[in-house]
Ligand binder design. Structure first.
Ligand code: GAL
Length: 419
């Protein structure tokens, strides 16, 4: 009698545990993202932990590949087969594309309850909202026109951050003569495009960048100034080691961290790698703007877009959106990630020198119109035009036989054809 009672109690316990597991799975949110490097994973953990505290499981669906090209391809396939995740890391125009297809959910209720409109700057919410409705929650503001440098090499060779492109060429010469690789780079289209953001800004300034890469004005695209940008790219190519092909961006960052290479031109997610390796700004590494881009800000904002799913899952999506927009989260996450908050009301006190500089420059750029969407990261032009321009940039970069004048001609043509 006693035995059978124990047995049925045990069975009941097992069932109740299954019930709990079931409930936990129901309260799970699947998130597709490409944050797989050391720094990226550390930052993402802040969000995973916050979701757990809110009582939701995190179904992690990472798709490796910096810049997110692979993740976007996988997402396309999943959407085509009717299996979109609840949430997906997305950038700029890509958010608008999915919204236009009617696939994204509506976050207006949580956005108005929490007053997102008051704290998210318009150049960001322009991508988070579609037809006036919130469809994505912005996590951060990254900046692409940075150079990351190994301070020990700079000190040893008595170098200071170059202010002009010619100075950068001279600095690179000295570094090469001293036996280091001047520029660490990973030969992937998005990384070349990231450098191109800076080269265009440096060659022509913020107004030119806007005319060419945002307004897609054929005159600007076909100009001598644009030739200068391609010429800079080809010069930069000469500062790299011969093995850059296919190298991941974080491997290139580690070359700077370890003192094999002196500099990397990369968005401030690179800072996440330095921090993860225990390095400190202005002690172990330097951060400064690509020459002749000081004060301008090419931005890239990671957002989480929520797909239209059943009512059961919507609760989890709202919690995720709310967790992302939490002030404390935005501070903690962005300190680890290398970016700055997407909310304008987070104090910069706890950010390091590079973060503080970015926050100060952002405020100025917002006022004087030099806050510009990054071409490389989908914030300047629609996706279809972007991929056509990517091709022109990588062709020029990987084949020095193609002259800057030829690249400019191709640029005008592909933009015209894909508009
Ligand atoms: C960008 C993304 C960043 C960073 C980078 C490298 O597209 O916006 O957050 O992670 O890719 O993976």
């Amino acid at each position: 009698m006693k035995k059978s009672f124990l047995l049925s109690a045990a069975v009941a316990l097992v069932y109740s545990q299954i019930g709990t597991i079931q409930a936990a799975t129901d309260k799970e949110v699947e998130v597709v993202h490409w944050w797989t490097s050391g720094g990226e994973a550390t930052a993402l953990k802040v969000l995973k932990d916050d979701m757990q505290k809110r009582g939701f499981g995190w179904k992690d669906s990472p798709i490796a590949g910096g810049g997110g090209d692979q993740a976007r391809t996988v997402l396309r396939a999943r959407v085509a087969s009717g299996r979109p995740p609840e949430a997906m890391q997305m950038l700029g125009f890509n958010i608008q594309d999915y919204a236009e297809e009617g696939l994204l959910g509506n976050l207006d209720s949580i956005a108005s309850k929490e007053g997102w409109d008051k704290v998210v700057p318009a150049p960001l919410s322009r991508f988070s909202k579609y037809n006036g409705h919130w469809v994505a929650a912005p996590v951060n503001i990254h900046r692409t026109n940075w150079i990351w440098a190994n301070k020990e090499i700079f000190d040893k060779l008595k170098l200071t951050p170059p202010k002009t492109f010619d100075e950068l060429v001279a600095v690179a010469d000295k570094i090469r003569k001293a036996g280091y690789i001047p520029l660490a780079h990973g030969g992937q289209a998005w990384q070349e495009a990231t450098i191109f953001d800076s080269a265009v800004l440096s060659a022509g300034g913020p107004k030119f960048y806007k005319q060419a890469l945002i307004d897609l004005d054929p005159k600007a695209l076909g100009s001598k100034t644009m030739e200068k940008a391609f010429a800079q790219m080809q010069k930069l190519r000469g500062m790299m080691d011969p093995n850059f092909s296919g190298r991941d961006w974080n491997v290139a960052t580690s070359m700077v961290i370890n003192g094999k290479a002196a500099m990397q031109i990369m968005g401030d997610w690179a800072k996440g790698e330095f921090l993860k390796a225990g390095k400190k700004p202005n002690v172990d590494f330097l951060c400064f703007q690509y020459p002749q881009t000081e004060g301008s800000f090419t931005f890239n904002s990671d957002q989480f877009a929520m797909f239209k799913v059943g009512d059961d899952q919507a609760a989890g999506q709202m919690q995720l959106a709310s967790a992302i927009m939490d002030k404390g989260f935005q501070e903690k996450f962005n300190i680890a990630k290398g970016s700055i908050p997407a909310r304008m009301d987070v104090s910069g006190d706890n950010f390091d020198a590079c973060g503080k500089k970015s926050m100060a420059d952002l405020k100025v750029a917002l006022k004087n119109g030099s806050l510009l969407g990054s071409f490389a990261h989908g914030h300047a032009m629609p996706e279809s035009v972007k991929s056509a321009v990517y091709d022109v940039v990588t062709k020029s970069f990987n084949n020095l036989q193609v002259t800057p004048a030829q690249s400019v001609q191709q640029l005008v043509k592909v933009v015209e054809d894909s508009k």
